[in-house]
Design a protein around this ligand. Structure first.
Ligand code: FRU
Length: 490
């Protein structure tokens, strides 16, 4: 093992000794120490779910990227494992960037982007991003002797040599495939497909799709999978111009939904769908479970508008893993059913008539799973204030007439001038709106109409602010079910 990795592991061991659940999310994955961004290598290995992540153990800001590692049997309770990869070779000395994993002939295969920075003879800086492989047993990994196995020189002429990253690998009929994010000659994103008969002998197989300066600039963190009768190319893209209420984060994730002609390896895009409308959701990745579910996890943070809590030794929260499904041509997301095993102490009300501001006995908390059904067409606005105390609150507002759902954390206890609101168009079906809201210490995820849309954002409100208040302008009928989530009890 390299000295750099050994040091990272020793540092983790020393820091982790003190890890407790206090002041942490309870049912969302957060990193043991330091900084975390993208989920990596989200996959099954020997019957367990593995999650790796972009990781800088020594600071709560991005830098010197390693791969952190954890595993779980149920997506909710995670066991930390020692850091898996460190930037310890010349070809990855400037970072072990994002990538994916695969169980392959008994081994766990990791594929990642190695970043190499050099100063050339003429004094200019050269950055190269290339794809590298490591093989291991679920704990320790050995980098491939022939790394990097894929370089940007294999891309079509004019493609960027610097922006070429985040391989997502899969195996089919004995052959390896990967999609990689890159930039074409016009400076905007493209997704390249590579294939191989053996791990060190890859060839370029084509460009699956490209932005042509229409869908943002650089395309990163691609994923490519089938979902029912459709094929999905999921991407995270930078510098996207907002359109109406779509794509306000600059860096956003999108599903490109279409069809795939396998023989010719040609993808045809039919539709573009925003993955998440919240302030904090990026770089999602999916995996297929043994029972055939396509599960997606994303990083809850924004590059452009980041919230860094300054009182913690860790910075990074993943979304709840979400099962994807296709309904009426849209991709829907729903928290994995495994979460339901952690629900406790149900409090429910049915047919409540809501008019003015009110609290409900037992409906409060910061680690909760809330299901809400709103009925009626007499009200104009319906508001939920959560994580509230006398001064602070975060608000979810449904404007029924405009059919817009908004999230607002302006008064969540922020001390900095950050963006605080996002809105999305939602349709109530026959004057019924269904919300499922997961609040877990510092995050709020809203799933609308059985997962047709999702909206995920961070709030760093002190944890004792746990009241929930409802108000309605005009009469609305509400059913509500609230569960506490307590991962300690399961
Ligand atoms: C996305 C990303 C990836 C890259 C990683 C670096 O958030 O920019 O493209 O591999 O983060 O940490």
């Amino acid at each position: 093992m390299s000295k750099i990795l050994e040091e990272a592991r020793a540092y983790e061991r020393a820091e982790n000794a003190g890890i407790s659940e206090e002041g942490r999310p309870i049912f969302h994955f957060s990193n043991p120490v330091g900084w975390m961004n993208d989920p990596n290598g989200f996959s099954e290995y020997r019957g367990e779910h593995h999650l790796f992540f972009q990781y800088h153990p020594y600071a709560t800001r991005w830098g010197s990227v390693h791969w952190g590692h954890a595993k779980s049997k149920d997506f909710i309770k995670w066991e930390y494992l020692p850091a898996a990869l460190a930037p310890d070779r010349s070809y990855d000395s400037s970072g072990v960037f994002s990538g994916s994993a695969l169980e392959d002939e008994g081994q766990q295969l990791l594929i990642y982007t190695g970043v190499e920075e050099r100063v050339l003879e003429n004094g200019e800086k050269s950055i190269r991003q290339h794809q590298c492989i490591a093989l291991g047993d679920g704990l320790d990994y050995k980098k491939h002797e022939r790394n990097p196995v894929v370089s940007a020189a294999m891309l079509p002429k004019g493609s960027s040599m610097e922006d070429f990253r985040d391989p997502k690998i899969w195996k089919e009929d004995g052959k390896y495939y990967m999609v990689v994010g890159s930039r074409s000659a016009d400076g905007s994103g493209q997704i390249a497909l590579f294939c191989a008969d053996s791990l060190d002998n890859w060839s370029f197989a084509g460009i699956l799709d490209q932005s042509k300066n229409q869908i943002g600039k650089m395309w990163e963190c691609p994923d490519f999978f089938s979902l029912d009768e459709k094929q999905v190319l999921m991407i995270s893209f930078q510098e996207m111009e907002a359109e109406e209420l779509e794509f306000h984060n600059g860096n956003n994730a999108a599903f490109l939904i279409g069809s795939y002609e396998k023989e010719g390896m040609r993808f045809t895009r039919e539709k573009l769908q925003n993955v998440d409308y919240g302030l904090d959701f990026y770089a999602p990745q999916t995996m297929l479970t043994e029972d055939g579910r396509r599960i997606m996890i994303g990083w809850m943070q924004s590059w452009d508008n980041p919230m860094y809590p300054d009182t913690q030794s860790w910075s990074g929260i993943m979304s709840i893993p979400r099962e994807l499904s296709l309904r009426d041509g849209r991709i829907c997301q729903w928290p994995v059913h495994e979460l339901e095993a952690y629900r406790r102490n149900l409090i429910s009300y049915t047919g409540l008539c809501m008019e003015k501001e009110r609290k409900l006995d037992g409906i409060r908390g910061r680690n909760i799973d809330l299901e809400l059904v709103l009925r009626g067409k007499e009200y104009k606005n319906f508001k939920i204030k959560l994580a509230a105390d006398e001064r602070r609150y975060t608000e979810i507002i449904y404007d029924r007439e405009a059919e817009i759902l908004s999230f607002d954390r302006t008064y969540s206890g922020l001390r900095r001038d950050l963006l605080c609101t996002r809105s999305m168009r939602v349709k109530s079906k026959e004057d019924v709106l269904r919300l499922r809201i997961l609040v877990d210490s510092y995050s709020v995820e809203i799933f609308v109409n059985n997962g047709e849309q999702a909206m995920s954002s961070l709030i760093y409100t002190p944890l004792d602010a746990s009241e929930i208040r409802f108000s309605s302008s005009g009469r609305a009928l509400m059913d509500i079910r609230k569960y506490e989530i307590n991962s300690l009890l399961a």
